[in-house]
Design a protein around this ligand. Structure first.
Ligand code: PMP
Length: 458
């Protein structure tokens, strides 16, 4: 049957070029190519308007958890639609948001007690910043008013709104906006492949922690909180922290009386093999931000979890104005919360985390041969998050120049071969969802290897 005029592929492609400004996309390049427009999806595959099938190797930007068109998620949303699509959380509540809050606290690291909703990762982080700041400003002792700054890491990424950019550490994304941003303090980050201290990770004994401790010591009385992406600096190129790093950061925050905010937007909801990444090192942050996979990759839902101590700091007589003055229109949206409840239920019912362990090991085995490729400098994996750093010269670790667009070339080659992935600079990112089959994992890695070989000429 012929498609309706408004669904005609050529017309959609023309209208896409004409009307959409795509995020994180150089539109001059984009306009030069035929756009890829997705029409439908099933399981691990996306289908474009011309009927071509692609393996979704990026979990539709790190969000899909149990695959596309998961029947239990589809029906949870339909069921919720029959009750109410939206009702505000400002001063009143709704059923799915209450159910989800309980489930989140039951699964969160010990000590986290309250759930504050929003609708994306950047806002979840910013809410954490505001909570930490205001907590100290209105501290009953009155002696913490100087705590107005934040410590973040080099290579950190916490989102694109100005508050979250203000605690970012990736110059490519963040430097341009510096005049608009708060004055955060940057700590050394353990990018072991390119160690800022020029040490070797097999012998360094995490020497970077000394520099981080010095930063904390020097600034403790003017700092509200330290922010960290637990286990992996994701957007900087899946930079995996050495084992034990996260728990040492927790110890340092406690020692210097600084709140710890864990940004689990990318690493949470099973992506690293545990429900929250903090679990791996038995760490309880004071505040935790989650989003992306929370709704199983269906709807924009985010949450900022806070400890009881922080929450208590906001209680008081109405006239004291200790309220957290923050709330988005779609905060606690019932459709999104219903999808999230169903998502978390699937984890239990299908024993997703138990099953994912073998997939993580298989992925590790499949990736091993790629380290032999002459332009693969470093392969980093944490759970089902993978970064493959391409280099011009393996011996000297000389990077490809920005203008060489090696990452973009590799993912475009992968696209021709039937897989959608996104690079981060010279790093090829693989992010299968948690229920990829062994055959799909194998296909993902083999397309990646062939694409790298083609574009690096090796
Ligand atoms: N924090 C981290 C660690 C992220 O990786 C991201 C997004 N990639 C964000 C925050 C921002 O999330 P969003 O794009 O939903 O605003």
């Amino acid at each position: 049957m012929a498609k309706k005029k408004e669904q005609d592929p050529a017309r959609l492609e023309a209208d896409d070029r004409k009307f959409i400004w795509h995020p994180f996309t150089q539109m001059q390049d984009y306009e030069a190519d035929a756009p890829l427009i997705i029409e439908r999806a099933k399981g691990a595959y996306l289908y474009d308007i011309r009927g071509k099938r692609y393996l979704d190797g990026v979990s539709s930007l790190w969000v899909t958890v149990h695959g596309h068109r998961k029947p239990a998620l589809d029906s949870a949303i339909r069921k919720q639609l029959a009750s109410v699509a939206h009702s505000t959380l400002l001063g009143i509540s709704n059923v799915p948001s209450v159910r989800l809050a309980r489930m989140l606290i039951e699964r969160a690291p010990e000590g986290l007690a309250k759930v504050f909703y929003s609708d994306n990762g950047s806002t979840a982080v910013e809410i954490g910043l505001k909570m930490a700041f205001q907590f100290w400003q209105q501290h009953r002792s009155g002696s913490h008013k100087r705590r107005t700054r934040f410590i973040c890491f080099e290579n950190a990424y916490h989102g694109d709104t100005l508050g979250s950019v203000g605690v970012g550490g990736i110059d490519l994304f963040h430097k341009m906006y510096r005049p608009l941003l708060m004055d955060s303090i940057r700590a050394t980050s353990p990018y072991c492949y390119r160690c800022p201290l020029e040490l070797d990770k097999s012998t360094c004994d995490m020497a970077c922690l000394e520099s981080i401790e010095r930063t904390l010591k020097e600034h403790a009385d003017e700092v509200a909180a330290l922010l960290i992406e637990p286990l992996v600096f994701a957007a900087a190129g899946i930079i995996v922290q050495p084992p034990g790093f996260l728990s040492r950061i927790r110890e340092l925050c406690s020692r210097y009386g600084v709140l710890m905010i864990a940004d689990e937007v990318a690493v949470g909801i099973g992506r690293t093999g545990t429900f929250f990444a903090c679990e791996r090192e038995n760490v309880s942050p004071d505040i935790l931000a989650t989003a992306k996979g929370l709704s199983g990759g269906y709807l924009p839902v985010a949450a900022t979890l806070a400890s009881e101590q922080i929450y208590q700091g906001f209680l008081g007589d109405y006239v004291e104005m200790r309220t957290l003055f923050h709330g988005h229109t779609y905060t606690g949206n019932p459709l999104g919360c219903a999808a999230s409840v169903a998502n978390l239920e699937i984890f239990e019912r299908e024993r997703t985390l138990q099953k994912v362990r073998n997939k993580i090991r298989l992925l590790e085995t499949l990736l091993r041969p790629l380290s032999e490729l002459p332009h693969v400098g470093d392969i980093r994996q944490c759970g089902l998050m993978v970064g493959i750093e391409l280099v011009k010269d393996r011996k000297t670790r000389e990077p490809y120049g920005h203008g060489e667009k090696i990452g973009i070339k590799a993912i475009m080659e992968a696209r021709r071969r039937g897989m959608i992935i996104r690079p981060l600079g010279n790093v090829i990112v693989l992010m299968p969802h948690l229920t990829f089959t062994p055959a799909q994992l194998e296909r993902m890695v083999s397309i990646t290897a062939a694409s790298i070989e083609t574009v690096t000429g090796a």
